[in-house]
Design a protein around this ligand. Structure first.
Ligand SMILES: C[S@@+](CC[C@H](N)C(=O)[O-])C[C@H]1O[C@@H](n2cnc3c(N)ncnc32)[C@H](O)[C@@H]1O
Length: 255
């Protein structure tokens, strides 16, 4: 039987079962404990977990590649539109997950190839290198390769790639300065290469991105732009808030 690409989900089924199970467990314990205050606390916990489970089910359906909305596909393919590689060129996708963006870029650039890297840790347990490779095969795409790597310290020399891209990765990396993470990605970009980086870039996570953009321009980077993708480009403002994607922004430019 032919394998169909499966890009999994940014809100995985495990999260639904985990919080659903917690809600049921807390409710069950709340029903049997004698202490009224403790029962009330457990009931409140069950309610919170139940509400979050309901959100997870909704979000899973909205993000799904098989659902009606296909929000993940719109974001991934919308970002890939900004990745154009020269003949024989190589592009990098940082934090490739299930390979969706890497493969979308490779499809758009059959004259070049893409490399996807990810740390494939426990927090996105359904994503793996094998899954990326199976997805590439299912899509009939062979101008891609995948390897384990860390966005904080990329295993590539300076100026290796003709384009760099990434989608919803750096906000996951806690305790790190996001502008420094962007610098690490830009380090491996060739002079003249382009970047298209999409993430939750609110000031609380990324600091002053207008200033960062000006710094890049002063250093000679060209066509640097920050584009909010929550103004209808990928999603509407209300949908962004509901899906916890407020602050979604594309950083574009040329080194
Ligand atoms: C929300 S998923 C997005 C996956 C993919 N970019 C997409 O658009 O479907 C975030 C990804 O970032 C990866 N990630 C998080 N921290 C990372 C790090 N320090 N280095 C490499 N990948 C990382 C996770 O493993 C996960 O696959």
């Amino acid at each position: 039987m032919k394998y169909k690409a499966d890009y999994k989900n940014w809100v995985p089924n495990g999260m639904i079962y985990g919080f659903g199970g917690a809600a049921a467990g807390l409710a069950a314990v709340a029903g049997v404990v004698k202490n009224k205050a403790l029962s009330a606390i457990l009931s409140a916990g069950a309610l919170g977990c139940g509400a979050f489970t309901a959100w997870c089910i909704y979000a899973n359906d909205q993000f799904s590649y098989d659902g009606k909305r296909k929000l993940s596909r719109q974001i991934v393919e919308g970002t890939a539109e900004y990745v154009t590689l020269p003949e024989g060129g190589v592009g990098l996708d940082v934090g490739c997950g299930s390979g969706a963006l890497t493969i979308a870029c490779a499809k758009r650039n059959p004259q070049a190839r893409m490399v996807g890297i990810d740390r494939w840790g426990a927090e996105y347990a359904s994503f793996s290198k094998v899954l990326c490779e199976q997805n590439a095969q299912a899509e009939g795409v062979n101008n891609v390769s995948f390897q384990k790597g860390d966005a904080c310290k990329l295993d590539f020399p300076d100026e290796t790639f003709d384009a760099v891209t990434s989608n919803y990765v750096y906000h996951n990396i806690t305790g790190k300065n996001k502008q420094e993470l962007l610098r690490e990605t830009l380090r491996v970009l060739k002079k003249g290469g382009t970047f298209a980086i999409h993430d939750l870039m609110e000031p609380v996570r990324y600091g002053d991105m207008e200033k960062f953009m000006e710094e890049l321009k002063d250093e000679g980077y060209q066509d640097v732009q920050l584009i909010k993708t929550t103004n209808g480009m990928f999603m509407k403002p209300g949908e962004a808030k509901l899906m916890m994607l407020a602050g979604s922004t594309l950083l574009l430019g040329r080194k």
